[in-house]
Design a protein around this ligand. Sequence first.
Ligand code: FEH
Ligand code: ZN
Ligand code: ZN
Length: 347
Amino acid sequence: MRALRLPDWGLPPVLTDVDRPTPRDGEVLLRVEAAGLCHSDLHVIDASPGGMPFRPPFTLGHEIAGRVAAVGPAVAGIAPGDRVAVYGPWGCGECRRCSAGRDNYCDRRSELPWAGAGLGLDGGMAEYVLVPSARHLEPIGELDPVQAAPLTDAGLTPYHAIQKCRPALLEGSTVAVIGVGGLGHLAIQILRTLTPSLFVLAVDVREEALALADRCGAHLSTRMSADTGRVLRDASGGYGVDVVLDFAGTESTLDLSARSLRADGELVVVGSGGGRLSVRKPGPLPQGGRISLPFWGTRPELTEVISLARSGALRVEVERFPLSAAGEALARLRAGQLKGRAVLVPD
Ligand code: FEH
Ligand code: ZN
Ligand code: ZN
């Protein structure tokens, strides 16, 4: 079967032929119908030896949807032909966190030589993918797999981040979404769906991203500039923004987030842009300010995200590429030239 493999650190991914795996015990083999591209895939590709808690060679892709092709003898409740999305942050499956469906915060993460699908274990940028347990599979019904695949990360990650600050999302609260890419555009839709009375402000550097924010339901979208802190403050009645979701996590966006945050506000840092923010008193953060660093999402939350999408509340902006054009898709992602999420479809 064809698969996009990372052969070793420092080498580019290659599309090559590998054996199609056979499911054993509780494993499930999926025929991949869609695999999303994520900025984290670039971090993995660009990592140097020791930079990640796993090592190549493996197949990339941690945003997967497809159809069950075969099941191991111990599998129950899932059968060939079932259409599913894959929960990606596979944990040990035994600790308290994994037992509660919070594999994203597995207590034994540091002991595992992998972090999930396409993260040390073979992922979904391929014709088939082997999933270690049926517990990672979420039925998608009639949902288009090209919509479902990005929801397993680009949808699940903002959903989890929003659940973390849900108590602060009161009637009429102001929320800033900084970075309207694959995750940010879905964050806006989730915010508008879960708490319709929120006042949602969107910030990005690209005009097409601001247009996407408007289409997704942002009340105000503003281009990042030296003035953005004032714009956000003015838009929140001069008090500052109740919740900031930073999907970039760069030095400049963290600085903007801190400057725009209301006293007793919540800063949720989702993006892995490598920016730093000084946490000291007095310092750049307002009094009562709270920071969280959410990672991906939980298995029950994936059920909730797929249910929202099946109800029509979420629509992923997608750019499709055949698996054979994975190199072009990665180049467009790296150049910041994608509108929404790139999704590979095996050809
Ligand atoms: C995946 C693997 C490692 C780091 C970050 C990620 C995110 O894409 C998950 O949302
Ligand atoms: Zn990701
Ligand atoms: Zn665990």
